[in-house]
Structure formats: structure tokens, C-alpha cells
Ligand binder design. Sequence first.
Ligand code: ADP
Ligand code: MG
Length: 901
Amino acid sequence: MAGKKSSKLTPMMQRYMEVKSETPGTILLFRMGDFYELFHDDAEIAAKILGLTLTSRDKSSSKPVPMAGFPYHSLEGYLQKLIAAGHKVSICDQVEDPKAAKGLVRREVTQIVTPGTLTDDALLDPKESNYLASVCPTNDSIGLAWLELSTGRFYCMEVSRENGELPPQLGSSSALIDEVARIHPAECLVPENCKNDETHKQLIEYGQTVLTERPTWSFAANQCREILLKHFGTATLEGFDLTEEDSAGITAAGALLEYVQETQKSSLGHLSRLEPYRRGTSLLIDETTRRSLELTRTQREGKRAGSLISILDQTKTPMGARLLLDWLSNPLTDKPAIERRLDAVDELTQDSKLCRDIREKLNDSYDLQRLAARVATRRASPRDLGALGKTLSLLPAVKARLAGRSSDLLQTLEQRIELCEDIRADIESSLADELPITTTEGGIIREGYDSKLDELRDLARGGKTWIAQYQAEEIERTGIPSLKVGFNKVFGYYLEVTAAHLSKVPEDYIRKQTLKNQERYITPQLKEYEEKVLRAEDQSKALENELFQNLRDRVADECQRLQRTAETLAEIDVLANLATVAVQSNYQRPEITIEPVLEVVDGRHPVLDQMQPSGEFVPNDVMLGLSEAGKDHQSKNGDNDQLTLDRRDLIALITGPNMAGKSTYIRQAALLTIMAQMGSFVPAKSARIGIADRIFARVGASDELGKGQSTFMVEMTETARILNTATSKSLVILDEIGRGTSTYDGISLAWAITEFLHDQIECRTLFATHYHELTELSKTLRQVCNWNVAVHEQDGDVVFLHKIVPGAADRSYGIHVARLAGIPREVIQRSAVILQTLEEDHQDDHGQVTIPARETKGARQLTLFEPEPHPVLSELQGLKLDEMTPLAALQELHRIQGKLK
Ligand code: ADP
Ligand code: MG
């Protein structure tokens, strides 16, 4: 049957079916002439996504083949859409010149494009890394590797797993989820058959990544190691500082490399090292914390705008933007390393001219990192190589400007800039000033670079001059003033004579074509020249292509030098950026300490500070942790073994009405710590920040129902992680924890959690809560203090001062929102009475709460609001302001206030 069927296929379709079977799971774009064609299911899928017209091949047969296509030069745009829709795409090109082909033109898959293996600039976000990750479970841990193919950065690590399921199952591993959330890969390879895993689901949800299943055998340890050794051309991996300890990570890296080799089908010379990623050198920020602090995107809309990075990023180069993102995602924990960065930023803030000059230069830089990688994979276009040369030409000025700086890091960077003069000279001497994107159409190589090429070009051009001359001669000879030499693809050059002059056509003209008002002729002489000209043109284009390929190969050999230079430029860009932002937004250099303190004077939330009109954001202080006094006291007594805490507060309970600024305040503390540890100045008058090893931010009862667990379960699981992993060096931010259950449950839990943090962990904690009861804790726990957000009440109006002051909040804050919404005064008063009763715990013997009767006439039923709740109040109640980020809450409140007016 099958044989019969395939024998009916044309040779072209037979080749199509072959290629199709070699590229399962992808959409195949099959080059036919000037078009990419799609058939069968691919055509149907693509027609929908790309808005192409679905036609059919073989219409006469009983089973016509669905077909769609688009012109080859629009590949980029269509590819982008297919990838964005989550597809993988195989591109099958004509790999020989159709003119030179005998029979069917040879077609091969030249690239498989997947979300994690993009290298084309048009498909990439310049400001974000595009990682491919790979996850490999072993018996006692999980290997993780990640690679950015567009730059060549390649890492691996190992994380722990939490239960004993056997590979290929991933089991559960929150450490894995945290790392994947940090890396944020576009695509992640997993062994097949782990679909039912909890972790599998979480990878998709929290990692926001496309999972690609790979055969389990492709994660075989020995084979994976071999693939790496072969690629790097080394006998061991020890040169990369990888040891036996890293074996799971190495396996993941090998499986990843194999996939890249399979999909790219090109040289991968820019993957020159595999770096072990060591935890402990960077601040641990788990997935939930990352999300809730909105470091790189907002929680609600997942957008960059409104996140911390959007405030901090004014970098001038794409590689700088990506490195900044990297610094923000991996703040440091090593004091000297942090200070090295701060010193450099400091120096640049002091010398604004230097900073400006450097940024001006960088402004003209292209994405050297990705350009270098495209050169190495031989995908760089002539224009790419030109951009690379232009970027290299900026280096001398940048280097000169950095010379003689005093900070250690700036000095190191200055030394690390390699001018790459040889590469630049090679590019500049060979490439033309204006460059095309294609390599086959000429216009690439500069005049005077290659004498053979110059000769061919002269001939091609000379031929054209000759034709103009020939036309003039023929006009004279024949006396036909309108005689013209024309050109088309079918006949090549011809002589055109209008109907009026046909009688004057000489004998030696050979008629080729008759049109309505004219005839077209050729002559042997014309044809002879035509051939020469066209041949010269073809030959010169081919030669240009060859010269370009040679140049690209030479530059590719120097790829590592270019990569190092790109990384250096990126770092200079980031430092100059941090200095610029610091000056612009009035940030100060934080003092970094080992002692776990958090002392901030007039701190501001970096994002809200920028979003609100200048001067409107109310700065606040934080004073938490060990004091210098306590330390001095101990050293004087010669007791240095252990730092005991003095009476300084360690845990702050922050109370205050809704919308007062509690969430803003506690997040601000976490954001300032992260900024300081990444090497940035901070929005504050002054700050002394003790290095944190981990930061935890938890928001109670956020709406996680869609993610399959009850809100309260999620809240408690997350809290459990803090209690199990926080250390005395950690910073914990709790926002309304314990709210996902009944009031008394919630209070009891929050109470016990605070006690535990106080007694067992002793870490800096900021706890925003509406459970007024918790403020009692300060009476029994030595290091717990109460702070609240000042509110000014006047004539029944509430004015938020957003100022954090000592003491517990006024008890009636729960009802201020009703007042704000315009609820009648009696209702407010009545609800205050009921509230008081509830809070005072008027329970009878059966545990029933008795609400005192109302003093007004008659009615005795318990109604809080009569006759109907105010519509705005019910809207306010439905809002869950506490679960929103401060920015979102502000927007909502403005919306509702607008309605009241
Ligand atoms: P809470 O958690 O107490 O309900 P939020 O922290 O969510 O309050 O803050 C509510 C709104 O108040 C924010 O959207 C913000 O616009 C504003 N706000 C908060 N803190 C300040 C501040 N220090 N200065 C000015 N406005 C603030
Ligand atoms: Mg809040």
C-alpha cells in the first residue's frame, strides 16, 4: 500500500515526505523556488496562525493535499509568529544553486528553530537573555544546565530533590523551581515520561517555559560527558572547574548540547566553556519572592514596565541591559565583591563627565555579544559583520577614557578591553560602507580589496556602458530615433522598435517577440556582449560571497576575544548605568556590613518613588538588627565567638489601615537590600545594610486557586519553607500572612510563626498585619516591636500620611474604608460597636458571640448595613487590596475614588 502511494508522489513530494519524517514535532517550511511551502497538517496550522490562504495541491485527486506558502524573503516575520505561538520550525532550504543543479535541486534541513535556540536578532528581545535549559534527574539530585545560544554563555549546577522517586521522574524539588524561575528559560528539556510529575507542572507554571521532551537515553551520563569532551576538544572537564560533584549538572549540559547540535546544524565555536554555577556566592531569592517583589516583571500583568528593572535600566547596549538583569537576578553575598562594584559606581557618580562620555560612546555600540555568536555559527550577514567592525572602532576611545581610574574594578575593566585592531582592520579594509543582508547579491566587498573582483566588476560595468554606446550607434545606423535596448529575464537584452519605424529595421536584426505597438529584436553582437556582462556579474557576486565567507571564518576564529570584549563593555555599561540612575534619582551609596542589620534613613520605594509626582512619596526609616554598640560591648569583653543581640529590635510588626502603605514599606526594605547587594546605590538618605543570605517575601492568601492548590495550603507551604530554611542572616518580609483561614486560626498561626522567627531563627523580619492582636507579642518577645502607619483623621476624613511611626495602630482602621466610600455615619458607628464586641471576644458558654442589641427603635436582627450595602463599599470589599501590589492598589483606589466624585 505505502509503496504504491509513494510511487504516485512527484520526486519533490517524495523528498518532502523524507524530510518531514526526519523532523518530527516541528512545522516544516519547504523551500520551492521563491517560496516556502507547507503541506498537510502543517499547512492547516500555519494558515491559521499566519493568516495564509489555504489551497491544495493535486486538486483533481480524491484526497487533495492542503497547502500554504509565503515568499522566502518574508521568512523572518512568519517565523517569529510561529515561534511565538509555541511551535518549533524546521527550515528546509535549497542547498545547491538551482542553475547548477542536475535534476531536482538538493534540499536539506538547515536549521530547526525552537524557542530556546533562537539566534536571529529579529526573533530576540535585545534586553533579555534567551535561555535553553535542561533538567536531568539522577538518583539523588537534579542536574540543571542552561545556555544562551545567541551569546554562548553556558552554565550547569546541581540542586537537591525532596523525595525518593526514581528518574526519569523529577520528583518534587522547590530548589529546582527557584532556579528555573531565576533563569527564566524560553525552553526547557526534560526526559520524556515525567508528564505526571508535580514538578513538571510547576516548571510550566512558575518557570513560564516551553517544555521539550527528550528521550530518556539522551540523558545517559557517560554519553553526555562524551558529547561535551568532544565539543570542547578536551580530555577532562576539570579545566572548567567541574568535578565529580557536578556530575548531574554535566549530564544535563551534555544532553542540552546534543539537542543544540541537532537543531542548529552549524558550527558552535562560540560555546567555548561550561561554567559551574555555585550557589552561596549569590543572594538566594526564591520563585515566590521574585514574583512578589516584582524584580523583573509585574505580578499582575507580567510586564517589564513597573518592575524594578524598568526603573534601573537605562543601559546603552543590549549586552549591558542583559547583564544588569543578570546582576539583579543574582545579587552578591560577598562583601568585597559588592564593594568593588560600589566603588566603581561611586567613582562614576563623582565624575559625571567621564560617565557621560563613556555612555555616549557605548550608545553607538551594537550587540557585540550576539554578533560574535552569529559570526561563530556562520549566520552573520555582511551587515552584521559591518556592525561588529563599527563597534570595535569605539574601543580605543572607551579604553582611553577609562585609563587612570582609581577604583579597582574600573582599572581591571580598562585592562580587559582588548582593542582587537587586527579584526577591525580586516573588516574595515574588506567590507563596503553600505552593506546588504544577503551574501549572494554582491555589494559586500570594498573596491580595491581584491584585484580579481575589481576586474570582474569593471567588465560588468563596462558591458553596460558598451550597451549604451551600442544603442546610440544603432540609432544612427538605422535612423530609428526611438530605438532602445531593453532587458528582460526571458530574452535578456533586446532591441525595441515601435510599429511606426518597422520599415527601417535592417536585415541583420532577428525578431524575437511581437507586442501590440512594437517588435523586439536581437543581434549576434548584442548577445555576445550580454553573455560577457552577465557572466562577469555572476562571477563577481560569487567571488564576493567567497571573500565574505573567508572573512567571516577568520573573524570566527577570534570569537573568544570578541566575547571577552563584549562582556567587558557590558560591565562598563552596567556600572555607568547604575551611576547615572543614582545621580538622576538621588540615590546614595549604602554601607555594606556583615552584621545582620537594616538601618535605612529616609528610604523610598524605588518604583513608586518614580511613578508618583516628585516629592509625593513619603520616605521612611527602618532600624532593625544588631547594633554596633552591642558588638563593641562584646569585643571589649573579649568575647568574640558569638554575636549576641542587644536590645535592638529584630522583628517589626507593622499595623495600619488598608492603603496606608504597609506593603510598600516592607517591600521597600527588601528591594533596597537587593539593590545594595547587586552593587547599586539605593533610594535613601543613608543606609547601612547587612548582607542577607536569603530574602523571603510572602503575601498571604494571594489568589493561587487557579494553580491547583487551596490558597491557604499554598500560603502555609510557602511559610513552612521560610521556617525551615531561613537563617539569622536572612531577611523575611511577611505581608498579611495567616489570612487564608478563619480569623482565630489565622491569628494563632501568625502568632506562632512570629514566635518561631524570634526564638529559633532570629532574623530580620518585617510583618505587615491587620491582626491587631499580634501587637501584644511585643510584650512577651524582647526583640519584637510595633510600628504603625500614621493616619490623620479630621472631620471624619482619613488622610494617609504614609509615615511609619512607633506603636500599634488605632484599632478602628478596618472601618475607615467604609467611611471613605461615603457610608452613612450611623452605619459606621454601628459597625464599630459590633467590631469591638467581636474583638473583645464576648463568647458565651457555647462559643457563640453575642452581638449587643441596637439602641435605636425596634428591630433586633443583626444587620451590619442597611438598607443595602453601598455599591462602592461592596466593590471595595471585593477588591482584595492587600493582595495587590502597591502600584495596582493605587490605580484601583483612584478608579473608585473617581466613581465617588
Ligand atoms: P497597605 O499595604 O497598607 O494596604 P500599600 O502599601 O498597598 O498599603 O499602599 C497603598 C498605596 O499608598 C500605594 O499604592 C501607594 O501609592 C501609596 N503609598 C504607600 N506608601 C507610600 C509612601 N511612603 N508615600 C506615598 N505614597 C505611598
Ligand atoms: Mg498591603
